[in-house]
Design a protein around this ligand. Structure first.
Ligand code: ATP
Ligand code: MG
Length: 636
């Protein structure tokens, strides 16, 4: 039977974590070997590779100088500025050393925090690697975040230095960062002593604050050729802090270690992403998100691959730009998000077929549920297999995925396949704490210890780590993903949505994802969001906001009603009358975070006449206006 090999691989990782991870640890360089694979004497805190010393920057850069100094390490492409630049491993090494020297002269050393608030430019990646070289802890904050969000992160991380740029670019428009940084430093109680600015020459009016603001290019040029010694860290020393995107609640500083992190990423390249040294990987995320940390920066470089760093939209100059990049740089592994593919789906499919994509082995998608129509559309259009994988900022690498480097298992559309090695995944009934049977819904929990690479704690707040993530069950500590899932008879998992997105209609629990999936099965629907809205009779009723592919016929209200009914009938047919949305509103845009996640919570708040909450991560404010207008129209 297929799937047996990956099943055994997974089982071994759970039954013999010591043996399993000892082998994986050979994938990286250790300056000093570890004495103990796992110290789990203080559950749920896991300490991996205790006693070992290593360094992320060394593994990502220096280690490759012997074999691949002249191979491209970073290929930078900006369709915003027109700049394209390649860095070999030798050149990357030189740039990272210069950056490290500049930071060192500003007083940065082991354990110090550095906030990196940057657009997608190579210096952002150099800065991250320079920090890890010095043993400093970076905290990348997505460039363009509002000053308030930036200031709360400053006060939590208390950085010695902030690295920023004059401006970012998006869709041909510039976003000036410097005024946002100044305001954030003004709001913060513990602002950084130094602000290091990479001046791209976009914001010509940029004002510098004497004493605090430093020009990176000036300092870099003064450095010349330099080698900054690698600071060997304990495996358990922190490497970075990344604040969760804040779709839910107050941002938490996800803290990652050094050795476990390096091993987990190296192993994932081999067993999950199947990227080989010398090949190219293209991850379309932003370095400000976890996908960017893991799969633009650390994992491909640790693996000796060329990483493609892209600044720009997927639709400019046209919707073929990504595929052009794949063809030009012979990308073998690509990683993107369902949201991005849904954006492309609104464009002419001809763009998918213009380039030679022979080099591309797989397209990995993560971050949001991947509906079957979108998965089919992109997979058929490109002629490339799509691999859905499920994980979180907290885990840093996939929890559920096919492991094609272990075994070529068939995929099912809509499913991120199986629990990945290292993760003891269980679907749990919240009230009884029992494992649910196949085809039954449950909360996706992970029995600790969490594997290497996952968060080791919440920055500065061990108690919050335990109380937030390990209080799903009363009688034992199990990590909660806060997502609902279901496993079919063949062992394939499906994510149904977040636990707080579950709707209770007359006593029936429905995942918003299930209804969304049904609606997106309609041939004229590009995107949809479903939320549960309070109802006197039924407790809650589902309401849908859908983006039609072709909205030209919908101006007339009779046609609008008819289409609405058609969409409702689609849900009836696949899920039954209980799931039928009370209303389907048609809009041209859905509110999303800048990381491409639907803001269901804000939509729900508006639909229930409440305040939509913190909107600093909202990508496009007009989307929420459309929701408001649609609700208003239906109330009139
Ligand atoms: P915050 O935790 O700050 O509210 P967030 O949860 O949106 O933010 P991430 O850690 O980037 O930030 O997102 C992880 C979540 O994204 C998962 O918990 C899950 O809800 C969703 N997700 C990720 N990948 C998939 C996938 N392949 N299928 C379904 N859902 C996914
Ligand atoms: Mg989350």
């Amino acid at each position: 039977m297929t799937g047996e090999i990956q099943k055994r691989f997974h089982a071994r990782s759970i039954e013999d974590p010591d043996g399993f991870w000892r082998e994986q640890a050979e994938l990286i360089h250790w300056d000093k070997p570890f004495e103990q694979v796992l110290d789990y004497s203080r559950p749920p805190f896991a300490r991996w590779f205790v006693g070992g010393k290593t360094n992320l920057c060394y593994n990502a850069v220096d280690r490759h100088l012997a074999d691949r100094a002249d191979q491209n390490a970073v290929v930078y492409i900006s369709t915003e500025t027109g700049l394209e630049k390649n860095y070999t491993f030798r050149e990357l090494h030189a740039e990272v050393n210069r950056f490290a020297d500049v930071l060192k002269k500003l007083g940065v050393g082991k354990g110090d925090r550095v906030i990196i608030y940057m657009p997608m430019i190579p210096e952002a990646l150099f800065a991250m690697l320079a920090c890890t070289r010095l043993g400093a802890i970076h905290s990348v904050v997505f460039g363009g975040f509002a000053s308030h969000s930036l200031s709360t992160r400053i006060d939590d991380a208390r950085p010695l230095v902030m690295v920023t740029a004059d401006a970012g670019m998006r869709g041909g428009k510039s976003v000036c960062y410097k005024p946002l940084v100044d305001e954030a430093c003004r709001l913060a109680k513990h602002p950084p002593q130094n602000v290091l600015i990479v001046d791209r020459g976009i914001d010509r009016e940029m004002v510098r604050i004497p004493g605090r603001d430093k020009d990176y290019t000036e300092l870099r040029d003064a450095v010349g050729e330099v080698t900054v010694p690698v600071v060997w860290l304990e495996s358990t020393d922190p490497s970075y802090i990344l604040y969760t995107s804040g779709t839910t609640g107050k941002p938490k500083g996800v803290q990652r270690d050094t050795g476990g992190h390096a091993v987990a990423l190296a192993a994932s390249m081999r067993h999950i992403f199947c990227g080989k040294p010398g090949e190219a990987m293209f991850t379309t995320s932003d370095i400000g998100w976890v996908v960017g940390h893991s799969y633009i920066v650390y994992a491909p470089l640790i693996q000796g691959m060329t990483t493609i760093m892209y600044e720009g939209l997927p639709t400019r100059p046209d919707a073929g730009i990504w595929w052009k990049i794949v063809a030009q740089h012979r990308v073998s592994v690509m990683f993107s998000s369902p949201t991005a593919i849904r954006v492309l789906k609104k464009q002419d499919p001809k763009y998918l077929a213009q380039h030679d994509l022979k080099s591309l082995r797989y397209l990995f998608l993560a971050g949001e549920p991947l509906d079957e129509p979108t998965a089919r559309w992109i997979s058929d259009g490109l002629g490339v297999p799509v691999v859905d994988n499920y994980w979180q900022t907290e885990t840093g690498w996939p929890i559920l995925s096919a492991m094609l480097g272990v075994e070529e298992t068939p995929r099912k559309y809509g499913s991120p396949s199986f629990p990945v090695y290292g993760y003891n995944v269980q679907l749990l009934d919240e009230s009884t704490g029992q494992k649910v049977a196949a085809d039954q819904k449950g909360v996706l929990g992970i029995v600790p210890p969490l594997p290497p690479g996952c968060l080791t704690t919440v920055w500065g707040d061990d108690a919050r780590f335990v109380s937030t993530y390990f209080s799903l069950l009363k009688d034992r500590k199990v990590y909660s993903s806060f997502d609902w899932g279901i496993r079919d008879q063949d062992g394939y998992y499906f994510i149904l949505g977040r636990t707080d997105d579950v709707i209770n209609v007359a006593g029936h629990r429905l995942g918003t994802r299930e209804i969304e999936e049904a609606i997106s099965g309609h041939h004229n629907i590009a995107e949809v969001a479903v939320v549960g809205v309070e109802d006197k009779l039924k407790g809650q009723v589902p309401i849908a906001f859908a983006v039609p592919k072709n909205a030209s016929g919908l101006v007339d209200s009779a046609a609008y009603r008819a289409f609405e009914k058609e969409v409702m009938d689609t849900v009836d047919k696949s899920l039954g009358g209980i799931a039928r949305p009370a209303r389907v509103h048609f809009v041209t845009l859905l509110p999303k975070t800048r990381s491409g996640k639907l803001l269901r919570r804000s939509i729900q708040a508006l639909a229930e006449g409440r305040d939509p909450g913190d909107l600093t991560t909202l990508d496009d404010a007009t989307a929420l206006e459309q929701i408001r207008a649609a609700l208003q129209r239906s109330a009139d």
